[in-house]
Ligand binder design. Structure first.
Ligand code: CLR
Length: 387
């Protein structure tokens, strides 16, 4: 049954939406979609998925040596995938179209200290509107851990699926006082969105990703869906070892990123045992704590989109669309005023740099081509020494 999940009254607009994405290249977030597929949550909230298992993040600092810590980074990373890529299906019934953040939109949150794991703080800023780019900075000071990164998406459409290439990366830094910083470059998987014709989109991950540590360990990650190496959806295989010895991995991790993965360890693997469970995300995760609406500033995402979100949640799409139009018009006016005054918008927490030295150094380690990659980057301002 085609378009089975689409409410009868929206079938026509869903069909034309699907047809329009098929012939569209660029920024999906700017397209008008029928109400049933709208999510009341802005993309600025998505970086919170990184910390929904705060104890696994904190545990990175408890690793006994560089190899142990690199494995703990991999474990934490794999454990975030379920939240990142399946939680809208669980909460909203299917993948939905998030609110498209405005330039300067902010999201702040925390995970409290519990059982000695320390408090973790999250700060997100929309650093570009066209194309949409979201930057984030996450810190657990007591564990000397910082995760900083940015995200953008490039979408294409083929054989009934939407393919989303993620542009951007994350860098995790572990810097205990008086010691040299340990850094990890994390690259992001490619998404394939299926179930579109039926009006019930869901994400599958494809292709590869890498976690390269400055201490010389590389995790090479392969993502596959149904019908590939295990035959199951949401499959993952990660090969971990010294990056200069890729043919001799010390640890292989295999399984489903939305349930359980297990270890196969070669002789010489110090911190993993063959047959043991590596990640298990079947237990509940911990959502970010956010200040109540009446304590939020006008640029904070839940305050900014309050009426739009209420409209979407309550089925009052007219009210939602009215306030969305107000926000968009205000943005356009702001851009015109800035252009006229010659004073462009100033980012609050981040600094745009053409290329980040950490990124170039770490990416250079695993590409092995001798070509130092460049990528537009956003660095946290206080870390860059300004403000
Ligand atoms: C954002 C960064 C997060 C991981 C993540 C998960 C789901 C992705 C989202 C990112 C970007 C926006 C996204 C979404 C799934 C669907 C949505 C690609 C990568 C698009 C814009 C909506 C498509 C329209 C629907 C009607 C299918 O860490």
């Amino acid at each position: 049954t085609e378009a089975g999940a689409v409410p009868a009254a929206q079938r026509g607009s869903w069909t034309s939406f699907v047809k329009s994405i098929a012939s569209f290249s660029g920024d999906l977030s700017s397209m008008t979609a029928p109400p049933f597929i709208l999510s009341p949550i802005s993309l600025t909230e998505f970086p919170a998925y990184w910390l929904e298992r705060p104890e696994l993040f904190a545990a990175i600092a408890d690793g006994v040596d560089a190899e142990d810590r690199a494995l703990r980074v991999l474990k934490w990373f794999i454990s975030t995938l379920k939240g990142q890529y399946t939680s809208r299906n669980e909460k909203l019934g299917s993948e939905k179209k998030p609110l498209n953040p405005v330039l300067g939109e902010l999201f702040y949150g925390t995970w409290p200290d519990k059982n000695g794991r320390g408090e973790t703080k999250l700060l997100v800023e929309q650093v570009s509107h066209h194309p949409p780019i979201t930057a984030y900075h996450i810190t657990n000071t007591s564990k000397h851990l910082t995760l900083q990164g940015h995200n953008a998406q490039k979408t294409s459409f083929a054989t009934g699926s939407i393919f989303v290439k993620q542009i951007g990366h994350a860098i995790l830094t572990y810097q205990p006082p008086g010691k040299e910083a340990e850094k990890y470059l994390i690259t992001l998987p490619k998404l394939r969105i299926d179930g579109i014709w039926y009006g019930a989109p869901y994400v599958e991950l494809t292709d590869n990703g890498y976690i390269q540590s400055s201490t010389g360990y590389l995790a090479s990650i392969e993502y596959k869906g149904k019908g590939y190496f295990s035959g199951k959806a949401h499959s993952i295989k990660a090969i971990f070892g010294p990056s200069n010895d890729a043919t001799n991995p010390t640890v292989t991790v295999e399984g489903q990123w939305d349930t359980i993965t297990k270890v196969t360890a070669a002789n010489g693997a110090k911190h993993a045992k063959s047959g043991s469970v590596f990640t298990d995300v079947t237990s509940p995760k911990e959502e970010v704590t956010v200040a109540p609406l009446d304590q939020q500033g006008e640029w904070e995402t839940r305050k900014l989109w309050e009426k739009v979100a209420a409209g979407i949640r309550g089925g009052d799409f007219e009210a939602a669309s009215k306030d969305k139009t107000r926000i968009e018009n205000e943005q356009r006016q702001r851009r015109r005023d800035e252009a006229a005054a010659g004073t462009p918008w100033q980012l609050k927490h981040f600094l745009h740099v053409d290329n980040d030295a950490d990124y170039a150094a770490l990416a250079g380690m695993f590409t092995g081509t001798g070509v130092i990659p460049t990528e537009d980057c956003y660095v946290f301002k206080s870390a860059a020494g300004s403000s």
